[in-house]
Design a protein around this ligand. Structure first.
Ligand code: IYR
Length: 223
């Protein structure tokens, strides 16, 4: 027979004003987050990265299979290899693969094929989505809602790193199969994104376009 057990669950009984204040505080903090493309080489303690990955690892996931792997890269050799391979893909993307419409959409962000931050920033977290593995990581058990689950985990990772006072960048070279080879990951895993982590360079800037967020009335409907 298929069985399950439950355990008690509760949350602190806060007054409503406290809940509202916390929600506002978190919103206001996240409003300060920007995708940063100019990093300094100032070190970041590994403890912060470990805690942020543990935070990401609490994300809800399909059947609680936790279908993610975070390959944490800090060695100069690996960062160099990732930069070289990513820039090769990006050059192909910007020079002929991307449609005119896509390039137009990227113009206000000012991105191009040069990715020096992949070497400058102290940490690259390469996020892999596991098609199979289950909770015991057996590489065989089917996983479910993999992209959704790993996407949520990435959001929690970015949120934790921002709250820790660090700059982040989600980088998605395409195609990114090379990340599997460089990080020595199995074929059941699909690289999803590289999360670049560090301190902003002293002269860092961010595109004005990126600060333009949709209003609540545009992104929500109340039924
Ligand atoms: N992956 C490329 C292109 C790129 C695509 C989108 I959509 C962006 O929002 C930003 C960049 C790059 O990293 O430059």
């Amino acid at each position: 027979m298929r069985e399950h057990t439950n355990e008690p669950y509760s949350l602190p009984d806060l007054p409503d004003f406290e809940r509202i204040a916390r929600a506002h505080a978190m919103r206001d903090s996240l409003k300060q987050r920007r995708t940063c493309r100019y990093f300094s080489d100032k070190p970041v303690s590994r403890e912060i990265i470990e805690a942020a990955i543990e935070a990401a690892g609490t994300a809800p996931s399909g059947a609680n299979h936790q279908p993610w792997h975070f390959a944490v890269v800090s060695s100069l050799e690996k960062k160099h290899a990732i930069r070289e391979a990513a820039e090769a893909e990006e050059r192909a993307f910007y020079s002929d693969k991307a449609s005119g419409e896509w390039l137009d959409a990227l113009t206000p962000l000012g991105t191009d094929a040069d990715k020096p931050f992949l070497e400058t920033a102290p940490w690259l977290i390469v996020v892999f989505a596991q098609r199979k593995g289950g909770i015991d990581d057996d590489a065989e058990t089917q996983n479910y809602y993999v992209t959704e689950s790993v996407g949520i985990a990435c959001g929690m990772l970015l949120t934790t790193l921002h709250e820790a006072g660090l700059a982040t960048l989600t980088h998605t070279p395409s195609p990114m199969g090379f990340l599997r080879d460089i990080c020595d990951r199995p074929s059941v895993e699909k690289p999803l994104m590289v999360i670049v982590v560090g301190h902003p360079a002293n002269d860092a800037t961010t595109p004005v376009h990126a600060a333009r967020k949709k209003a609540l009335s545009q992104i929500a409907s109340w039924l």
